[in-house]
Write a protein that binds this ligand. Structure first.
Ligand SMILES: Nc1ncnc2c1ncn2[C@@H]1O[C@H](COP(=O)(O)OP(=O)(O)OP(=O)(O)O)[C@@H](O)[C@H]1O
Ligand SMILES: Nc1ncnc2c1ncn2[C@@H]1O[C@H](COP(=O)(O)OP(=O)(O)OP(=O)(O)O)[C@@H](O)[C@H]1O
Ligand SMILES: [Mg+2]
Ligand SMILES: [Mg+2]
Lengths: 254, 254
């Protein structure tokens, strides 16, 4: 099962959700791959993998210069591997402007790792804060989309546009694509704002919104500086518990 | 004086900084224009201007279909006008891919409003969370760049790349461009993470980092839902005070 984690609004918890969901599935014994499709390479550094340097990344994979299997690296979590991003990826949409299959590159690259002895049972794709070619590649490669929604006003604004984009991708590029769900993130239930935004999201999208709400929890923001998911830093903190519950819900809906 | 507010990391406070600095200068009696160069159009909605609809936006200005003066609208703050964004702007880099002057479109559009009776003394440009054509247009049009830096780990990661991009723009497109400063945002001084990140930013960029630190303050997140800057919602809250101090520092460094 391939999940894209996407939302063009910046800073809503895409990378945090991708890393911590992937780690929770790996800890449950699954073989999991995290693909970092964001030139910021936050998912890579959040798992202790430094971008740059001589090694190839998802960038060369999209240009079809190397095979995805040649860029995959292990992480601190047994069972979780990562295909790291690189800064150069920011230029990929101009470099592939004339390629017929430009939206399909990531999906084609993933084909070989989805079957056989070494197959991954779960793939998570972290995407950048935009609706450009990298996010489209993630949506074309995915079976389902997980949409983190920060419980703040601006995050509400972009939801309709994102769901429109997902519909367009489903109609023209990937008929199997469906929305796994919206996950409310960084929620501070003591504030009216978080409660109001949550109520509004649940009333507009009652069936699409996960019951699990990820609370604002400093341990989630601290974990990246140690290069590990939060469940390795502090397995009993509210952040770890929330992503464990979310993983359970994602499987139940799957 | 034209200020671009830029950082490719998402959710670090670009829109919040652009709106509240612009409003603070307007309240001090200056004629101020806020240009929304982000297809998310958060600066527009944060000032009560709904994107979409029949009216033209910065999108048509960049395509040279209309004059900037024809899209400028008043806001709830006397002295502050806005040139709103539109969702369609997400496609502008492909639409202008073959235009020789594609990086100069915003700068050319601003020329007429910088002199004469109706001239603006300050222009703030809000940019999207990427280093694509829209952000480059903001950097080419600007005299100075204000860089919001959230006091969290991932926000540190992208700083070097952003400063590299600013150097490239200065060398090839806009020789006058300089960095006004880095402003630490959403800081919760009770956490080690915020203190550590602040210490790291100040040690790496001692002269570039503003003394003013914008604290995490719920009023800043609530103001956009009322379509007003925080100084109209709650003039004495920590958010309003911080942006007043920051405006003072920006002027002192100018
Ligand atoms: N539930 C949470 N509680 C506290 N901090 C969080 C939480 N989720 C994410 N963060 C922190 O908030 C910041 C933004 O999160 P993150 O980088 O995951 O968002 P993003 O959507 O991937 O951003 P971008 O749009 O730049 O890709 C990060 O510093 C992260 O560590
Ligand atoms: N100092 C602050 N205290 C509390 N909330 C804040 C503060 N600054 C910004 N916010 C809120 O945090 C969220 C992110 O801020 P904002 O949208 O301004 O960032 P941005 O960098 O413009 O995001 P994007 O990358 O999507 O353009 C918004 O919901 C905003 O209201
Ligand atoms: Mg991210
Ligand atoms: Mg913004």
């Amino acid at each position: 099962m391939i999940y894209a984690v996407a939302n063009q609004k910046g800073g809503v918890g895409k990378t945090t959700t991708a890393i911590n969901l992937a780690a929770t599935f790996a800890q449950a014994g699954e073989r999991v791959l995290l693909v970092d499709a964001d030139p910021q390479a936050n998912a890579s550094t959040g798992l202790g993998v430094r971008p740059g340097g001589a090694e190839a990344s998802v960038f060369e994979v999209l240009l079809e210069e190397v095979d995805l299997r040649d860029v995959v690296r292990p992480t601190a979590v047994p069972g979780l591997s990562i295909a790291p991003a690189s800064r150069d990826m920011a230029g990929v949409s101009l470099m592939l402007a004339s390629a017929e299959d430009r939206e399909w590159r990531l999906r084609q690259a993933l084909e070989p790792v989805l079957s056989g002895d070494e197959a991954y049972s779960f793939v998570f794709i972290d995407s950048p804060p935009s609706l450009g070619l990298l996010t489209v590649n993630a949506l074309v490669a995915a079976d389902e989309v997980i949409v983190p929604v920060q419980t703040e006003y601006y995050a509400l604004e972009g939801l309709a546009q994102l769901l429109d984009t997902i519909t367009v991708v489903r109609e023209h590029l990937n008929p199997r694509l469906r929305v796994a769900g919206l996950v409310l993130t960084m929620s501070d239930p003591r504030t009216n704002l978080a409660r109001d935004v949550e109520a509004e999201v649940r009333s507009h999208f009652p069936d699409l919104t996960f019951m699990t709400v990820v609370p604002r929890n400093i341990r989630l923001a601290e974990a990246p500086s140690f290069g590990v998911p939060v469940l390795l830093l502090d397995p009993r903190c509210p952040g770890s518990n929330a992503y464990f519950d979310l993983a359970q819900e994602v499987v139940d809906r799957g």
